[in-house]
Design a protein around this ligand. Structure first.
Ligand SMILES: *[C@@H]1O[C@H](CO)[C@@H](O)[C@H](O)[C@H]1NC(C)=O
Ligand SMILES: *[C@@H]1O[C@H](CO)[C@@H](O)[C@H](O)[C@H]1NC(C)=O
Ligand SMILES: *[C@@H]1O[C@H](CO)[C@@H](O)[C@H](O)[C@H]1NC(C)=O
Ligand SMILES: *[C@@H]1O[C@H](CO)[C@@H](O)[C@H](O)[C@H]1NC(C)=O
Length: 213
């Protein structure tokens, strides 16, 4: 099963006056490249690795992220959200799920993350958004990148692993999520979506969130 070189881009338009939110989506086949572990920069994934990123804890790691630019999403702006090892970002009732599945990296696989306002990264993000959503005159002010590097499924091992990434981009008013899939070798856990959503509900300890995936 190969979902290689596919990027999915979601636009979350935050309309402040009405408190309303709209979502537009485009799926884009990318043209080239794979990524080496932790050293990407070529191909479908934004750069990631130990030089710039932190790692989540192994197993059922959860990291709380406090964006330096509040992230507009679902009619709110968020000054914090949680990154779950199991393939999702949780925003108080909403989930952005690049690959919500039975991921478990206790033994192998790393999940890297960072938020950044590095000018070179912002320039790249700006260019990517303006390529796929021309006419917005968008200028990125903040980027968050989480990269699941060679993660196995629960009970699996390093012989069958997935590498993918979610990138959040905002200018403080409009926000985007890029789902970048470099190498998908297993989908079993992902196919059992109904059970998985119940698991997520339990993990989050709240009523079932609204999924965007
Ligand atoms: C979403 O796309 C539709 C059709 O392409 C367009 O009319 C609409 O303005 C877009 N909405 C946003 C929020 O960009
Ligand atoms: C990054 O650091 C972690 C923890 O030390 C390590 O397991 C991983 O292999 C490193 N990544 C790379 C690409 O060297
Ligand atoms: C921006 O994109 C260029 C060209 O792909 C790349 O060489 C550079 O490393 C990227 N910068 C960052 C910070 O990702
Ligand atoms: C790793 O997982 C694969 C696929 O599930 C299985 O065929 C293989 O036997 C496992 N290897 C080890 C060392 O457990």
């Amino acid at each position: 099963m190969a979902l290689c070189y596919i990027a999915k881009i979601l636009l979350f338009a935050h309309i402040g006056l009405q408190g309303a939110a709209a979502t537009n989506e485009t799926t884009t086949p990318m043209t080239s490249g794979t990524s080496a572990a932790g050293t990407s920069g070529t191909g479908v994934l934004y750069e990631y690795g130990n030089a710039t990123d932190r790692l989540t804890a192994r197993g059922d790691g959860i990291v709380s992220v406090n964006p330096t630019v509040k992230f507009p999403f679902g009619g709110n702006t968020y000054s914090s959200f949680d990154l779950y090892n199991r393939g999702l970002l949780y925003f108080n009732g909403f989930v952005i799920a690049p690959f919500s599945a039975n991921i478990y990296n206790a033994v192998s696989g790393n999940i890297y993350y960072r938020q950044s306002a590095d000018p070179s990264l912002l320039a790249n993000a700006t260019q990517d958004i303006n390529t796929y959503f021309p006419g917005l005159g968008f200028s990125a002010q903040w980027v968050f990148i989480a990269t699941w590097d060679k993660v196995p499924q629960n009970g699996g091992n390093a012989s069958q692993v997935n590498t993918f990434q979610v990138v959040l981009i905002t200018d403080g008013t409009i926000s985007f999520a890029l789902f970048n899939y470099a190498d998908i070798q297993w989908t079993n856990g992902a196919q059992d979506r109904f059970a998985h959503h119940y698991w997520v509900q339990w993990l989050i300890g709240k009523t079932e969130p609204k999924f965007i995936s």
